[in-house]
Design a protein around this ligand. Structure first.
Ligand SMILES: NC(=O)c1ccc[n+]([C@@H]2O[C@H](COP(=O)([O-])OP(=O)(O)OC[C@H]3O[C@@H](n4cnc5c(N)ncnc54)[C@H](OP(=O)(O)O)[C@@H]3O)[C@@H](O)[C@H]2O)c1
Length: 340
């Protein structure tokens, strides 16, 4: 009998998620209702946002219910169908769960994908998916970079950040990246073409503010922030008149166990007549194909490179997820569940 191995959320994590917050179970395959499809998950996108969905807190998505599989975007194939538009074997992508098989509903988030449109199927979870397009639309629409400007990126060696720095360079900007550790900072320059890199590790607010000033002697025109907290605070005194701050993520705070201190330097938004704006890639969903086409052009021209780190095995879901918070992921983190 085919079983469905499932990685369930059983408790709301306090701080860094731990094994006791989850259960790894094997269950029989579910029966489908009319209009539903059964997806055999092959690859799951392991995203920092999943940590937020584990909390019972207001967000742009409802919390993952306790006892339900940990939510993740997956690609896979239709294993059974009671929906007229989906046939067994169709490749699909959708918001599913960390489990072998997910039930997707008609009118839900699952859609068919054309595997011939990308070099590797996992590219749908990285550069041609929400991650790459977050960098694309976040920088171009919220950041509004102009040639000659300085674009500062936090989380710069990661999946979103590495794309942002490269697009900034393509648009004629000076790109400065912030990352953890000397090796990642070197990679920013050697692999992703950033003009300068700042290692944030071990720096307090004063040291980080000074490091940004040194790396951005003409000030910061666009700040693309994946991290929040001290790095955002240290950037504010360095922003230029009419700077744009695109808030993409706050990974430094996702495992906080209490209220986090607010930025102490918000005054600089007033003093520099600057704009700080949150962004969600889902706001641009109608234009995703436009963004993906332009990214494909840049990749073909050798102007854009990206990394995927594919880890194996549903049973490794937790240690793989925690890599995002340890900084031990190396590009877009993906979990392989089965062959596609
Ligand atoms: N708004 C949206 O629509 C949207 C969509 C996708 C992603 N995001 C956000 O974008 C950000 C990056 O996501 P990603 O998928 O590209 O992940 P990623 O950058 O590939 O991986 C996470 C990286 O965050 C860094 N990090 C972890 N804890 C940190 C801390 N306390 N302080 C500073 N840096 C820390 C680590 O790099 P270091 O080794 O350099 O510390 C780690 O490698 C996340 O905040 C995510 O929530 C937002």
């Amino acid at each position: 009998m085919t079983v469905n191995r499932r990685f369930l959320l059983t408790a709301r994590p306090k701080g860094v998620p731990k094994p006791a917050d989850f259960a790894f179970v094997s269950e029989p395959l579910p029966d489908l209702a009319e209009g539903e499809i059964l997806v055999r998950n092959a690859y799951a996108s392991i995203d920092p946002a999943i940590r937020g969905w584990m909390d019972d807190a207001p967000s742009y998505m409802p919390p993952i219910p306790l006892g339900a599989p940990v939510r993740a975007t997956t690609i896979g194939r239709v294993a059974a169908s009671r929906h007229p538009d989906f046939a067994v074997g169709d490749p699909v992508m959708g918001v599913n769960g960390l489990e072998d098989y997910s039930v997707a509903t008609a009118g839900g988030f699952t859609s068919k994908i054309d595997l011939s449109a990308v070099p590797e199927p996992t590219n749908f979870l990285s550069v041609y998916g929400a991650v790459g397009l977050t960098g694309y639309f976040g920088l171009l629409e919220v950041g509004q970079p102009k040639p000659g400007e300085t674009v500062l990126v936090s989380g710069a060696a990661g999946a979103v950040g590495s794309v942002v720095g490269q697009i900034a360079r393509i648009k004629g900007c000076r790109a400065v990246g912030i990352a953890g550790g000397a090796a990642k900072c070197q990679r920013l320059i050697d692999e992703f073409g950033f003009d300068a890199a700042i290692d944030y590790r071990g720096k307090d607010l004063a040291a980080m503010t000074a490091a940004i000033a040194e790396a951005c002697p003409g000030g910061v025109d666009v700040f693309f922030d994946n991290v929040g907290g001290l790095i955002l605070d240290a950037t504010l005194p360095n922003i230029n008149h009419r700077a744009r701050l695109a808030l993409c993520g706050m990974i430094s705070q996702y495992n906080a166990t209490g209220p986090v201190p607010g930025p102490t330097n918000l005054w600089f938004l007033i003093a520099r007549v600057a704009r700080m704006e949150g962004l969600l890639v889902s706001e641009y969903i109608d234009r995703w194909s436009e963004g993906a086409a332009e990214m494909a052009r840049w990749i073909a021209e050798g102007k854009l490179v990206f990394r995927e780190q594919i880890e194996e095995g549903l049973e490794n879901a937790l240690p793989v997820f925690l890599k995002l918070f340890e900084g031990t992921n190396d590009g877009k983190l993906i979990l392989k569940i089965s062959d596609l």
